[in-house]
Design a protein. Structure first.
Length: 225
């Protein structure tokens, strides 16, 4: 068990160091998120309250779109450099490879999300009711996203039209998680429908467990194929 955690930590650290050294993946996600939110702001016009009311949905749509771009780009870079092929030849359990990649993606995306959301909450003067719960919403939303995203990027990395195929497969499967995240964020921003909060939490956690389990089980089959 100690070896399992040590190998996972090494893979996570490796991916984070690569992202920090390259910086292009992180900067592209950050820039895309900021520009897309600005486009929504300009499109809505002179009524900022409309953007504020729509912000919980807008934030997560932008995060999902930018996250898909980041996951696809990161995995393609590893395939082109031969890094993934080298990892598959090592005597390491495939679950270690999956968890290492998934956790590194989670940390990178979470860091980007915190920067973007902090900027927009400051600009729009929104007071979050419970910061700890808001961080947990971001965390569990990103875990489910990274679990499914890691599996699907592995599946589509070697096929034609992977840039189009990845979002086509990804977004429909993330609809239940997106609904939970939007409703929970809406409550934390504006206090809407407090009686439904626990139901959305249970659905989000259950969906995360399902995504993580299925992605972990499917990853070994996908990489062998």
């Amino acid at each position: 068990m100690q070896l399992f955690f040590r190998q996972t930590f090494i893979l996570v650290w490796k991916d984070l160091l690569i992202d920090l050294r390259r910086k292009d993946n992180f900067l592209s996600i950050l820039l895309f998120s900021i520009l897309t939110l600005m486009i929504f702001h300009f499109a809505i016009g002179d009524e900022p309250e409309l953007l504020i009311n729509a912000l919980p949905g807008v934030i997560w749509i932008v995060f999902f779109m930018s996250g898909v771009i980041g996951l696809g780009k990161s995995y393609i870079q590893e395939m082109e450099s031969g890094c993934m092929g080298g990892l598959l030849t090592t005597p390491v359990d495939r679950s270690v490879l999956f968890l290492g990649k998934m956790l590194a993606n989670t940390i990178s995306l979470l860091f980007t999300q915190l920067l973007v959301i902090s900027l927009w909450l400051f600009l729009l003067d929104i007071d979050v009711r419970y910061w700890l719960e808001f961080f947990l919403v971001l965390l569990f939303g990103t875990i489910g996203f990274s679990s499914l995203g890691t599996l699907l990027t592995t599946m589509t990395a070697t096929v034609r039209g992977k840039e189009m195929l990845l979002p086509i497969l990804f977004f429909p499967l993330m609809v239940p998680s997106l609904l939970c995240l939007v409703h929970l964020t809406d409550f934390l921003f504006f206090g809407s429908h407090p009686e439904e909060v626990w139901s959305w939490w249970k659905l989000l956690l259950g969906f995360d467990v399902l995504l993580l389990t299925l992605s972990l089980l499917g990853f070994e089959f996908v990489v062998e194929e």
